[in-house]
Design a protein around this ligand. Sequence first.
Ligand code: NAG
Ligand code: NAG
Ligand code: NAG
Ligand code: NAG
Ligand code: NAG
Ligand code: NAG
Length: 627
Amino acid sequence: MSLPRSSCYFLSLICILSSLYITPSLSDDTSYAKSLIKFKQSLTNTTMLDNDWKEPLVQNLCTSNKPNWIGCLCLNGSFVGLRLENMGLGGVIDVESLSELPLFSLSVMHNHFSGPFPKDINKLGKLRSLYLENNSFSGEIHDDAFNGMKAMRKVVLGYNLFTGKIPMSLLKLPKLVDLEVQNNQFEGRIPDFWQGNLTVNFSYNKLEGAIPDHLSNQNASFFFGNNNLCGKPLQPCKPKKYSISKIAFIVAAVVGIALAAFIILFLICRKREKPLKYKKSIDKYQTEEPNYKNNEYGKLYFVRNDRERFDLEELLRASAEVLGSGSFGSSYKAVLFSGQAYVVRRFRQMSNVGKEDFYEHMRRLGRLSHPNLLPLVGFYYRKEEKLLITDYVENGSLASHLHGKRSPNQPGLDWPTRLRIIKGVAKGLAYLYKELPTITVPHGHLKSSNVLLNKKYEPILSDYALIPVINKDHAQQFTVAYKSPESTKNDHVTRKTDVWSLGILILELLTGRFPANYLKQGRGPSSDLATWVNSVVREEWTGEVFDKDMNMGRHGEGQMLRLLKIGMCCCEWDIQKRWDLREAVEKIEELKERDSDDDDDYSSYVSEGDLYSSRAMTDEGFSFSKA
Ligand SMILES: *[C@@H]1O[C@H](CO)[C@@H](O)[C@H](O)[C@H]1NC(C)=O
Ligand SMILES: *[C@@H]1O[C@H](CO)[C@@H](O)[C@H](O)[C@H]1NC(C)=O
Ligand SMILES: *[C@@H]1O[C@H](CO)[C@@H](O)[C@H](O)[C@H]1NC(C)=O
Ligand SMILES: *[C@@H]1O[C@H](CO)[C@@H](O)[C@H](O)[C@H]1NC(C)=O
Ligand SMILES: *[C@@H]1O[C@H](CO)[C@@H](O)[C@H](O)[C@H]1NC(C)=O
Ligand SMILES: *[C@@H]1O[C@H](CO)[C@@H](O)[C@H](O)[C@H]1NC(C)=O
C-alpha cells in the first residue's frame, strides 16, 4: 500500500483537472452501455436509473471524472465501477453482464436486494471493493465464493441476513484490508485471518470459539454481540459457568483496590497534617519553597490565584466519582463542599524530572490562560505519585460525542459546531505554541478524548504539555505524539508532531470514524494507523466520506472538502512536506460555514462524485496497468 504522502498535491490536482473540464476521451463505451442495460433487465424498481440507462446508448459513459449515466464511477474519462446506492433497487444481480465491464468497484448498499449472495461473483476478476451492506441478502455464502479475486481489498456485507460460516476463500485474498460482516447471522468460528493491515467488524452475529491470534489487537467492539466468542481482545476462553462470577470478581477487586487506595491516602494525610489554611497565595508558596521537604504530605500546591483554596483532606472528603482510567492514569471528579467540581488525576509515571523542575513546570502551566485550554488549578506532589487538579468541564469529550451512544432524539454534532470546534482547537494549539517555545511537542496528547466540550460546545484542550515530566518509556507507550510516523520510525518527535495529531483529529471529526492509532497500545509499527488514514482518504471512494450526522446540505460541502484537504496536509508522512502549525492554523481560520458564490476552486467544480473519483486517483495502487 502506498503512504498518504502526496495526497495534498493530488487533491489540488483534482481541482485543476475538474475546473478545466478535460476533453472527453475518444473511447467508445457503447458496448459497456449495452451490458449495463442488460444488467438492468434483471433488476426491479429501476426508476432512478430509467432516465439515463436507455437507448440511444451514450458513446461515452464518462467525461473526465463525471459520469454521463447515473451510478457510474469514472476516472480520467474511463468507466471503473458502479455505485448504485439508496435507489430502492431489488431483483437479481446479473454477474454475467457485469463481467463484460471493467469493474473495479461495485456498490449496491442501502437497497432492497434479497435472496442469495450474487452467484459467481468471482467472475469479476478485477473487483477491488464489493459493498452489499444494508440489503436483505440471505442464506449461506459458498466457501469458494471469493476464489481467485486477487485484487479484492474491501468486502462489506454488514446489515444483511447471511447465515452459515464465514467463507474460507476470504483467506485467499492477499490484499484484503477491510472485512465488515456485522449484523448478520454468521455462525461457527472466525477463520484464521492472516492478512496484514486488515480491519474487521464481526459484531452482532452468532459466531463462537476463540478469536484468532492475528485479530487479537483489534478493538473489542468489533466482536461484540456474538454467541460465545472468547480470547483477546475479549475475555479469555474459559468454561462458561465461571465467566460471570469472574467478571464480578474483577469488578469487585478493582473497586476494592481503588477504595483502599483512597482510604490509605486519607489516613496518611490525617496523621501527618492538620488541615491547611486555605488562603495561601502563590507568592507565599514560593517563599516557602525551601521548606517543602517538611511538608511532603497533605499539601496541595495552587498554581493560580483566581480559584478557591482547599486542602487535600477536603478534597478526599469531597464526594468523588471515578471518571475513568485514561492512558496516563485514573481520574476522579470531586465536588467540594462549596459545590465547585474539580477533576483530580493520579499519575504514577511522572518522575522524569526532579522536584524543583516539576514545580517549575507546573507553575509554568499555571500561568497559561486561554479560553480553549483546560486550566491547571493545582497539584499534589509525592515522589511516587502526583495528583493534578483541573476544572471540571460539563459536556464530556469530543470523542464521546462522536462515538458514544446517543439517545434517539439527540442530534449529532452538525457541521457549524464541528467547524467551531476545530477552530477552537487550532486557537488553543496556537496559544500553546506561542507560550511554550522551548517545549518540542507543546501538546503531545491531542486526541478527541482530550478535547472537552463546554455547555456551548466550545472545545477545551486537556492533557497538554505533559511530555516533559512524563517518564520517557511511559510517554512512548501512551502519548499520541509517539504514534506519529517520525516517532515510530526514527524515534524522534518534532514541533510538527502535534500537527500530525491535528490532522488525525480533523479526519476523525469529518468522517465520524474512530482512528485506529488511538487504540494501539505500545509502540509497534503504526501500520494500522496507515491503513486508517488510507481507508479514510483513499480507499473508500464509494462509501460516504463525511459523517452523515453533520446534516450538511450542499452549502458547506466545499468548505468540508477544504478542511479534508487541510487534514490530509497535516497527515503528511514526510515531515519536510508536512505543514507547520502556523500554516495549518491559518488555513483553518479561513474556513467558513457555507460556501460563498465566488468560491470557484472547490465548491462549484468538485461534486461528490468527483471526490470519490479523486480518492481513486490518489490511490497509487489504482492503475489499470497493474494486475
Ligand atoms: C422503489 O424505489 C423508490 C426510490 O427509488 C423507493 O422509494 C421505493 O421504496 C422502492 N419500492 C420498492 C417496492 O422497493
Ligand atoms: C438502509 O437502507 C435504507 C434505504 O434502503 C436507509 O433508509 C437506511 O437508513 C439504511 N440503514 C442503515 C443502517 O444504513
Ligand atoms: C500495510 O500497510 C503499510 C502502509 O500502508 C504497507 O507499507 C505494508 O506493506 C502493508 N502490509 C501488508 C502486509 O500489506
Ligand atoms: C461495527 O459494527 C457495529 C454494529 O454491529 C457498529 O456499531 C460499529 O460502528 C461498526 N464499526 C465500524 C468501525 O464500522
Ligand atoms: C473501541 O472503539 C470504540 C469506538 O468505536 C471506542 O469508544 C472504544 O474506546 C474502543 N475500545 C478500545 C479498547 O480502545
Ligand atoms: C489520469 O490522468 C492523469 C493526468 O492526465 C495521469 O497522471 C494519471 O496517471 C491518470 N490516471 C490513470 C489511472 O490513468
